[in-house]
Design a protein around this ligand. Structure first.
Ligand SMILES: [Ca+2]
Ligand SMILES: [Ca+2]
Length: 502
């Protein structure tokens, strides 16, 4: 009994501290695990394919065409973007690669903006990989019954389930008719809810087809960080045509958004250890001449404009004035954006840290469970005290966390990022840990050094007075009764004498 009374505080302290310590510095170990995991996965060889890509600042040529691409419908190419549809009712437009893509694996990065003044917009934007160019049709401005895949950025909620804007992946073998009324949900291979309309920065979609798996990642345009991608959906065991055209299409309905594509970048992926496909044959002579001429014209035009500008503004060097100064409203909007970005990044960071903490806690719990089961066996034989076990375990955790704190502090200082508050915080935690460690040590030492005092002696009670026996009690009653009787007799004799006297 005395042992169990003595180990309770140590056990409680250890268990409480486990949670506390586990929440401290876990990031590094998890990061190491992640790094180890990613190192084992071999990354494919990635090559940029300019003939299936477009981007600003010289996206279109003088005649309004996009090199290696064709555009149809209401699509309007300009220097820095292609407006697939303007925000007018019932518009349809698309852009398609001129040539078929023959890579087995690929990665496409689409940067776009869907913007409109309404709280809701329509219809949406689609990215295609199909055996034929779907130049015109009812599915976001492209042909129905396509053979290949479509990744749809569906703005309008046709089925009224309040689940739009959404991103869905629909595969088709050329026979399926798109289920527009249900927003394609009956045919979707993968889907995720993302509001991609009216974002401060362009939205980016990374679509990867590698080893029969199609993955869609989204950067939802909250931050200027180009690599801020989040997982959207993944389709495993997906077989798509080996050759096809890439396309982007969009459509508006009763409601209308501007659907602007800023860039489409294609990369071919080659599995590690395999030869990348040979670069395609050179550009035909006439096309080469055309581009050369285009380039020279552009260069001359640029020089001319530069001269004109310098003539008109002899005092101005470099950037035009309007770019150098921002108005009050511009500054306010910028500050609001920057503030929101910081909040967004902080929340993301917290989210990541929480996930890591949970992971680490699970690891600790499993380690503790194992240790407890091992030690419990020994404890039964009476050789190992529970308090000693908890003390050992606690010391290990404290040592580990102190090491982590020290290394984190060094890292922070080395990187120049450790602010005064952070260092102070670390020191506080260190101090608390030392205090708790010392307390537990004292507790356990007292328990171990004085085994003779393990059994707590109860204080001795003072001796009780001797109890009254039954015989004594009866004698006492008899004497009292005799005395009472004598008194009554005496009183009645006195009363009788008084009567005689009167
Ligand atoms: Ca829809
Ligand atoms: Ca819907």
């Amino acid at each position: 009994m005395a042992v169990s009374v003595a180990l309770s505080p140590a056990a409680a302290a250890s268990m409480l501290l486990l949670t506390f310590v586990a929440t401290l510095f876990i990031h590094r170990s998890v990061a190491e695990i992640d790094a180890g995991a990613s190192a084992t996965e071999e990354t494919p060889h990635r090559r940029f394919e300019y003939k299936y890509s477009f981007k600003g600042p010289h996206l279109s040529q003088n005649d309004g065409s996009i090199p290696f691409w064709i555009h149809t419908g209401n699509a309007i190419p300009s220097a820095d973007q292609v407006r697939i549809t303007p925000s007018l009712r019932s518009q349809r437009g698309s852009v398609w690669t001129k040539n078929k893509v023959i890579f087995q694996h690929w990665e496409a990065e689409v940067t776009f903006r869907v913007s409109g003044r309404g709280r809701m917009g329509a219809d949406g934007l689609a990215v295609w990989f199909t055996t034929e160019q779907g130049l015109e049709g009812p599915v976001y401005g492209a042909s129905d019954q396509w053979n290949g895949i479509g990744i749809f950025f569906d703005s309008f909620d046709n089925d009224g389930k309040k689940n739009n804007p959404a991103i869905i992946v629909v595969g088709n073998n050329g026979k399926l008719v798109y289920d527009h009324q249900n927003d394609g949900t009956t045919q979707a291979l993968g889907t995720c809810l993302r509001d991609f309309r009216n974002k401060p920065y362009p939205v980016r979609a990374k679509i990867i087809y590698y080893q029969k798996t199609l993955t869609v990642m989204i950067n939802n345009g909250f931050t200027p960080d180009r690599e801020d991608y989040e997982f959207c959906t993944k389709v495993d065991n997906m077989v798509i045509p080996t050759e096809g055209f890439f396309g982007i299409s969009a459509a508006t309905g009763g409601l209308a958004d501007d659907h602007d594509v800023l860039s489409f970048l294609l990369f071919s992926l080659t599995e590690p250890g395999q030869q990348p496909p040979p670069p395609e044959s050179d550009i035909p002579k006439e096309e080469q001449d055309k581009y050369q001429e285009e380039f020279q014209n552009f260069q001359q035009d640029l020089d001319k404009k530069k001269e004109e500008f310098q003539k008109d503004h002899p005092d101005v060097q470099g950037e035009p004035l309007e770019d150098l100064y921002e108005s009050v409203s511009d500054r306010e909007i910028r500050q609001v954006f920057e503030g929101q970005n910081r909040i967004h990044l902080e929340i993301k960071q917290l989210h990541r840290q929480l996930a890591m903490i949970l992971d680490e806690q699970r690891r600790y719990v499993s380690v503790i469970t194992d240790e407890v089961s091992k030690k419990a066996t020994n404890a039964e034989s009476g050789q190992v005290s529970w308090s000693l076990f908890y003390y050992e375990l606690f010391c290990t955790i404290v040592k580990h966390s102190l090491k982590q704190i020290t290394s984190a502090q060094h890292q922070g200082n080395a990187a120049g990022m450790g602010s005064y508050e952070t260092i102070q915080h670390f020191n506080d935690i260190k101090e608390h840990l030392h205090t708790v460690k010392r307390d537990v040590q004292n507790l356990v030492q007292t328990n171990v050094q004085n085994p003779a005092e393990k059994a707590v002696k109860c204080p001795e009670f003072p001796p009780l007075p001797p109890c009254l026996s039954t015989v004594h009690f009866i004698i006492f009653i008899v004497i009292q009764s005799v005395l009472f009787f004598c008194y009554i007799m005496y009183k009645s004799q006195q009363e009788a004498a008084a009567k005689k006297f009167f």
